[in-house]
Design a protein around this ligand. Structure first.
Ligand code: SF4
Length: 201
C-alpha cells in the first residue's frame, strides 16, 4: 500500500498517535486515494471513518458508508454495461486524509489537506468526472479548483461543468447517519453515480 506521509494537522496527528496505542492493528495514518491515478471518475468523500478507512487504510473500505458506496458503484456500472457502454474506472479519496474526531474536520484541517486533493484532481484526465459526497467534500473540491461556491451550490443530484472536459456531480454523503435518517439510500446514490459515469462534456 502506498504511504502518504503528512503531519500538517497537530490535532489529527495526536489522534493518530493515540489510536495507534488503542488499535495497533489499524492503519492509523493518512489514507491515500485508492484506484488508478488516471481513472475517469474521481469520488471525493469527507474523511476516513474510525473503523472503516482508518482501519483498512483504503477510503470507504470496511464500514457501512463503503458498503453502500461500493454497492451503488457496482449497480451503476452494471447499468452502463447493460446499455453496451464501458463504465469508467474510478478512484476514491477523501477531502481530509486523516480521521477527525467525531467526523468533523476543522476548516484549517480541510485547508491543510487541500494540496493533496489539488494533486488528485490534477491527475483526473479530461473528459473526466468528479463526484463529491456531501457538502463538505463538495466545498473542498470547489476550493481545490479555485471555484466560487455561490456559482456551484451544493445540492443532491447537482451537475456542473466547472472546467473544459470536467464534470462535477454532488450527492448526499452515504454515511450511516444519512442512511439511518433516510436522506440517502442505494437507489438515490446509484442514480447520481450513474449520471457521473455517463458524463460527456
Ligand atoms: S488531514 Fe491531510 S493535511 Fe492534515 S495531517 Fe492528515 S494528510 Fe496531512
Amino acid at each position: 500500500m502506498r504511504k502518504l506521509r503528512c503531519a500538517r494537522c497537530p490535532r489529527l496527528v495526536a489522534l493518530r498517535r493515540r489510536l495507534k496505542r488503542q488499535y495497533p492493528d489499524y492503519h492509523n495514518a493518512p489514507v491515500p486515494a485508492a484506484g488508478p491515478r488516471d481513472a475517469e471518475l474521481l469520488i471525493v468523500g469527507l474523511a476516513p471513518g474510525l473503523h472503516g478507512a482508518n482501519r483498512s487504510g483504503r477510503p470507504f473500505e470496511g464500514d457501512s458508508s463503503g458498503d453502500l458506496l461500493f454497492a451503488a458503484l457496482n449497480d451503476a456500472a452494471a447499468r452502463l454495461r447493460n446499455d453496451g457502454l464501458q463504465p469508467p474506472r474510478w478512484r476514491i479519496t477523501n477531502a481530509v486524509k486523516c480521521l477527525p474526531p467525531e467526523n468533523r474536520p476543522r476548516a484549517a484541517e480541510i485547508a491543510n489537506c487541500r494540496p493533496h486533493l489539488v494533486r488528485e484532481i490534477g491527475e483526473l484526465p479530461a473528459p473526466g468526472a468528479i463526484l463529491a459526497l456531501g457538502r463538505v467534500a463538495h466545498e473542498a473540491v470547489l476550493a481545490a479548483m479555485k471555484l466560487n461556491g455561490s456559482e456551484y451550490p451544493f445540492a443532491h443530484g447537482a451537475r456542473y461543468d466547472p472546467a473544459p472536459g470536467i464534470g462535477l456531480f454532488a450527492s448526499y454523503h452515504c454515511s450511516r447517519y444519512n442512511q439511518n435518517t433516510g436522506r440517502i439510500d442505494k437507489k438515490a446514490l446509484t442514480a447520481v453515480i450513474e449520471a457521473a459515469m455517463r458524463y460527456q462534456p
